[in-house]
Design a protein. Sequence first.
Length: 370
Amino acid sequence: MNKTVTAVIVAAGSSRRMGFDKLSCRISGGTVLEMSLRAFDRHPLVRDIVLVTGENEDPARAAAAACEKPVTLVRGGATRAISVRNGVSAASGELVAIHDAARPFVSEAVITQALEVAASTGAAAPAVPVKDTIKQAEDGRVKGTPSRETLFAVQTPQCFDRALYLELLAHAADDSITDDCQLFEQAGRTVVLTAGDYANYKITTPEDLKGETSMRIGHGYDVHKLVEGRRLILGGVDISYEKGLLGHSDADVLAHAVMDAVLGAAALGDIGKHFPDTDPAYKGADSLELARHVARLMVGQGWKIENIDSTILCQAPKLAPHIPAMRRNLAEAFGISEEQVSVKATTEEKLGFTGAGEGIAVHAVALITR
Ligand SMILES: Nc1ccn([C@@H]2O[C@H](COP(=O)(O)OP(=O)(O)OP(=O)(O)O)[C@@H](O)[C@H]2O)c(=O)n1
Ligand SMILES: C[C@](O)(CO)[C@H](O)COP(=O)(O)O
């Protein structure tokens, strides 16, 4: 094959079905975007790359900087078809290999075969036979069962003669097509299917990242002063004592350290950033309510809390009788089970400020996965 090839990698999607930015998700070897880009950067038949990005170009710039081949960044559009159009318009190779950035496991062999067949026929795409029986249905009722012999799941890179692709694109009105072969199909042109690979699946929903778990830990530390005339609240438990903790919120030092550990694991800052003590909204705030907010934030980014461990440094009062209730409260606030939450307490043998009863400190760690 002696034709020049530009890889057009589309990475301007919205990850709506995943619920968080799937292309920045770390899998073994790098992020999803980095892995897809690397497959083409290392491919011997690819001369250069056009990377189609969304509004936030930072991840694309970082991934492009690690490439050896020239990478041109182009802005995508509202649909995949528009993103592809923008990418192919910026390409200069005789052939284009249009690839979903969401398919990071593409092999050299899959790319090579699609390119070689496209070089001789004008259009080729990798595909695999479907494994399930497929039903056609309307309103939840089966209308028919197409023969499985005729059904293939098409993958990327879909490879085309660039001049021919642009010629067909000039007459195409439909920006809603979901793959690139359709441009050729609609014009009555042949597209040859080449050998795909079941491993070259598109990362679309959270199940597609199972077995590619990203694991992070975080640490939190907080201190509050013990003063007269305040309530002593730890892990949401109101403890009867001669002094209480001073703070803008309810000063629940345990909940605060745990929130910082959870936020820290996801590199989402700390409670000072999310709930500033200059904001009157948080005056006297119930810290478990803030913890529920943090838990929602984590879920929104696809993170799951695996476990929390904490140590309260407190000379008095004795905390052991209250620990089961603290674990229960924290578990409820973070949406996990009690056995995932550990709370321990120790004195510092009358040493330092906790030993002198001047304040209470808490260390916490959290492990999160997605
Ligand atoms: N407007 C769009 C839509 C999709 N894509 C890219 O096309 C590929 C396949 O799309 P899909 O995996 O469905 O991505 P998303 O649009 O991100 O997913 P969703 O539909 O769940 O939002 C992805 O690499 C995606 O970044 C794109 O560049 N521009
Ligand atoms: C191009 C594609 O990956 C081929 O399987 C697929 O059609 C993309 O579709 P989506 O609607 O963007 O998921």
